[in-house]
Design a binder for this molecule. Structure first.
Ligand code: FAD
Length: 397
């Protein structure tokens, strides 16, 4: 038997790492531990809210990883990492030994950051920042909302999963309202002073939705301090300002997934420090952390970032097992957002490691032009759908 790598989490980072480990060296035994039989991508989940995609279009499964790539998929949760024994303990009580461990558990929430919103409230006031049931709950609430109602979204401060995500969500909900509930309003309460692709989003909102979307930065009452779940009201400015919603979408502050925190892989930021060349944890030499949970320099917490990091970590583990030095690989991220089904915008960047930190390559990437034609925006919307098809094929196909 070859060496054994266990991967925690079958999302964007973990599933990529599992597949590419097998691809780079088929002698490696790879076990992927994931509690869900079906993974719903967060990418595309805003499209479901906009009524332009169905839940089954954002659903991925593990059959191909298992049958075609020889990954052993175990449907269970990792409840503990015993790094001193090179073992993980599963929810079922079963133990798996590893030579190397890849951890890609995504995010969990800091429910203590704001008064009045707890893990028990997520059905009444969904965050929908992990896709699946949460997406469905928010979609159903939007469908049940009367015409003329107010949708309030509270967007988190940095760093968080998917920097353009809240603003694509507002766009998609506006697209839905424009067709079905045109007298309705959208308020984004933001814990920040500015946001990703801001100029492009705001120009698109103005052009497509007029005054329907109002963005409130932290300095003008956007910094929410308290939530009253029962009345769907949020308070800011020491209680002086309040916003009442018909549908409230509260996206809490975030940190690395529970298993990373509980296993001591995080530092006091709540995220996992790694060697940014190899993604080896700074806490344990046999553990590697990728995806949203990791601190990856200038790379945003995105599915595309997690996907590239999955390939880097696979290469880094294979090379280390062969006694080879790690190469300085370039990584990449693109985030497409749909402002409407025919209006796409994007941000892209290429990264490389310099002095131990992942930074952007000067002159690479950038955002869509501000003065593009309708045809250009339509083409980027098509690229967004093409990106979805190709990245999901690369990860789970
Ligand atoms: P995840 O993909 O969340 O995977 C984590 C997996 O680990 C899950 O399947 C979970 O079940 C599993 N897990 C957790 N704990 C354990 C445990 N203890 N044991 C076993 N398994 C465990 N990114 C883009 O690139 N483009 C986009 O357009 C985009 N749009 C987005 C829109 C929205 C609304 C949101 C919320 C996010 C969006 N993202 C997008 C971001 C993207 O979804 C995440 O950055 C990406 O999924 C991170 O990958 P990950 O592997 O770190 O975590």
């Amino acid at each position: 038997r070859g060496p054994h790598v266990v991967v925690v989490g079958g999302g964007s980072g973990g599933a990529t790492a599992a597949k590419y480990l097998r691809r780079f060296d088929p002698s490696i035994q790879v076990t992927l531990v994931e509690p869900n039989a079906t993974y719903h991508t967060c990418y595309g989940s805003n499209w479901v809210l906009g009524g332009i995609a169905e839940m089954d279009q954002i659903q991925q499964t593990y059959g191909t990883l298992q049958d075609q790539h020889g990954v052993t998929v175990v449907r269970d949760i990792v409840s503990a990492i015993e790094a001193d024994k090179n073992q993980v303990v599963l929810g079922s009580g079963r133990r798996l030994s590893y030579d190397r461990l890849v951890v890609s558990p995504g995010i969990d929430f800091r429910f203590d950051a704001v008064e009045g919103y707890t893990a028990n409230d997520v059905r009444q006031v969904p965050h929908a920042w992990k896709a699946g049931e949460q997406t469905q709950i928010l979609r159903d609430q939007l469908r049940d909302m009367p015409n003329g109602g107010t949708f309030v979204m509270v967007a988190p401060g940095n760093p968080f999963r998917c920097p353009p995500g809240p603003y694509e969500r507002a766009s998609m909900v506006a697209h839905y309202f424009k067709q079905h509930k045109p007298r309705s309003k959208i308020i984004i309460l933001d814990n920040k002073e500015n946001f990703s692709k801001q100029g492009l989003f705001m120009a698109g909102w103005q052009e497509l939705y007029g005054e329907m979307i109002e963005w409130v930065p932290s300095s003008r009452g956007g910094q929410v301090e308290r939530v009253d779940v029962a009345s769907r009201t949020v308070y800011s400015d020491g209680g002086l300002t309040r916003f009442r919603a018909d549908v409230l979408n509260f996206v809490p502050a975030q940190r690395a997934g529970d298993i990373a925190v509980n296993s001591g892989l995080t530092n006091d930021t709540g995220w996992c420090p790694v060697n940014q060349l190899t993604f080896q944890s700074q806490m344990d030499e046999n553990i590697f952390v990728i995806g949203d949970a990791s601190i990856a320099g200038a790379m945003p917490k995105s599915g595309h970032s997690a996907n590239t990091q999955g390939k880097v970590v696979a290469a880094s583990i294979v090379r280390a097992m062969r006694g080879q030095e790690m190469l300085a690989l370039s990584t990449v991220n693109t985030c497409y957002s749909l402002v409407s089904p025919q209006y796409g915008i994007s941000v892209a960047a290429v990264y490389r490691v310099q002095d131990g930190n992942i930074g952007g390559v000067p002159g690479s990437g950038g955002v869509s032009p501000g003065n593009a034609t309708t045809a250009f925006r339509r083409q980027e919307a098509n690229y967004a759908r093409g990106w979805y098809a190709s990245i999901t094929q690369d990860i789970w196909g």
